[in-house]
Design a protein around this ligand. Structure first.
Ligand SMILES: Nc1nc2c(ncn2[C@@H]2O[C@H](COP(=O)(O)OP(=O)(O)OP(=O)(O)O)[C@@H](O)[C@H]2O)c(=O)[nH]1
Ligand SMILES: Nc1nc2c(ncn2[C@@H]2O[C@H](COP(=O)(O)OP(=O)(O)OP(=O)(O)O)[C@@H](O)[C@H]2O)c(=O)[nH]1
Length: 442
């Protein structure tokens, strides 16, 4: 089940970064007194009670003339409308209601997206509460008074936000068609790949209702099986400065990846793997999605018998944190190996849903421990008691140990490799949760 996406929209200086940080729980955005400062962080994973969601920051606004502010706010609101499940519209009780607020509120209302109106800088409810009432005039619901800086009212605001999350009652039949996001830098050939896949397998091609304007979902049927492709191509908006374009492209990637089971990261063979590719790959890795790296435009480069080997090495080096990713070399122009993509997708999905019996896991662990002694520190040695798989998509394992501090990353990696040796799990990340079992003196 993909996590809901929440976006914050609001005028310069109302406290968007402060709220982002308060929700994300770490100081990850830079907050300055100067309005319009650019922020590092574009998205964060947030957990509230038993709800998890992805928070996106649609970006700062350069406070130039009020015209520009309004047009940038519109742009920001449009990104939120395109990508988010719930929008937090943030206003500032100290600045009061201004014209731009009303215009953006109109836009949000028309979009029919759920909006939570939060009025910030209500540091004292006694002092400022009365001033929040004018925000009823926006016509987007009851204003929730908050203070992002003092973390007041945040819980009430989040209660309102999670009310709008899609219900997971289990009554609605789950759509079990595989969802595949095609991501990558501009111009690597994402649209060409999708077009070619559709061309060869054209049975039903439909834009599924309810999807965002930008990420167009396409259904493809192959061998009697349906696949949903999520396209993030076509990012050529006018009047966008480079930073904005990059922010927007990352937001779109995050939201597409969030909805996907498998991510196809497209790399341009002519350019080789770059830092930007690594950034995009990281988004899929963090989210535990299945990953296929497709090196496209394979027709366009000079090759000899070492080329595949060299490319593979280079990708493995730069994307060292995802050695499990499948790599394939394709051409959207000639169609080379495109049919194989479907086989890879099927395999990756199977691996993401693989469950290993506890008994077998513990045998592997016992054997691994016998082969390589667990680490120790200050005379205390790590003991591993028990391992069990608790989830799929991605496969997640809990290991019970005597002392969490002693479980080095490298030892977890060693166990991961042993499990992979036995079961492959190709194309999917694995997660390990380390838990202490106190009082166990075996
Ligand atoms: N009194 C008060 N000040 C706040 C509160 N939240 C944020 N601020 C201040 O408001 C100013 C702007 O906060 P930011 O979080 O940078 O605002 P922003 O909306 O991200 O601003 P832009 O980057 O211009 O879009 C900073 O000086 C914050 O310290 C609050 O709850 N109470
Ligand atoms: N030689 C060769 N050219 C390709 C291949 N795939 C795409 N191209 C070319 O690369 C260019 C970009 O292709 P697109 O499919 O528009 O790329 P995109 O990733 O969707 O681009 P954005 O819309 O900017 O995100 C076009 O000129 C394509 O003809 C390929 O396999 N081989």
């Amino acid at each position: 089940m993909s996590k809901p996406i929440v976006a914050i929209v609001g005028r310069p200086n109302v406290g968007k970064s402060t709220l982002f940080n308060a929700l994300a729980g770490e100081n990850i955005s830079i907050v300055k007194d100067t309005p319009g400062v650019t922020r590092d962080r574009i998205y964060a994973d947030v957990t509230w009670l038993d709800h998890a969601f992805t928070l996106i920051d649609t970006g700062g606004i350069e406070p130039d003339s009020s015209d520009i502010i309004l047009s940038q706010m519109r742009e920001q609101a449009q990104i939120a409308i395109d990508t988010a499940d719930v929008i937090i519209f943030l206003a500032d009780v100290r600045q009061g209601l201004v014209d731009a607020d009303s215009k953006v509120a109109d836009m949000l209302r028309r979009s029919r997206k759920p909006v939570v109106l939060a009025v910030n800088k209500v540091d004292s409810f006694q002092k400022f509460m009365a001033d929040t009432y004018e925000f009823y005039n926006l016509g987007i619901g009851d204003p929730v008074p908050i203070s992002a800086a003092s973390r007041l009212g945040i819980g009430d605001m989040l209660d309102e936000v999670v009310k709008h999350f899609p219900k997971q009652t289990g009554e609605i039949e789950e759509d079990d068609r595989p969802r595949i996001a095609i991501v990558g830098k501009p111009n690597v050939g994402k649209s060409s790949i999708i077009n070619k896949l559709i061309g060869e397998n054209r049975v039903i091609v439909s834009n599924i209702a309810g999807t965002t304007r930008d990420a167009i979902d396409t259904e493809v049927r192959r061998n009697g099986k349906d696949y949903i492709f999520i396209d993030t191509a076509g990012l050529r908006r006018k009047n966008k400065i480079k930073e904005e374009l990059e922010r927007y492209s990352i937001i779109r990637t995050v939201t597409a990846v969030e909805r996907a089971d498998v991510v196809i990261l497209v790399i341009d063979a002519k350019e080789g793997v770059t830092e930007q590719d690594a950034k995009i790959a990281g988004i899929a890795h963090e989210r535990g999605k299945g990953i296929i790296i497709a090196v496209n435009k394979w027709d366009a480069i000079e090759k000899n018998d070492k080329t595949v080997y060299e490319y593979t090495n280079k990708i493995r080096n730069i994307l060292a944190y995802m050695p499990y990713a499948e790599i394939t070399f394709i051409s959207a122009v000639t169609g080379q190996r495109l049919p194989k993509l479907f086989e890879l997708i099927d395999m990756v999905i199977q691996n993401q849903n693989l469950r290993v019996a506890t008994g077998v896991l513990n045998e592997i662990m016992t054997e691994a421990v016998a082969l390589q002694q667990p680490p120790s520190d200050k005379g205390k040695r790590l003991k591993l008691f028990y391992i069990t798989q608790v989830a799929v998509k991605p496969p997640t394992f809990v290991i019970f140990v005597n002392d969490k501090e002693l479980m080095h990353f490298s030892y977890t990696r060693y166990l991961e490799n042993k499990i992979r040796d036995a079961f492959g799990f190709k194309g999917t990340a694995l997660r390990f949760l380390i838990r202490e079992r106190k009082g166990d003196q075996q």
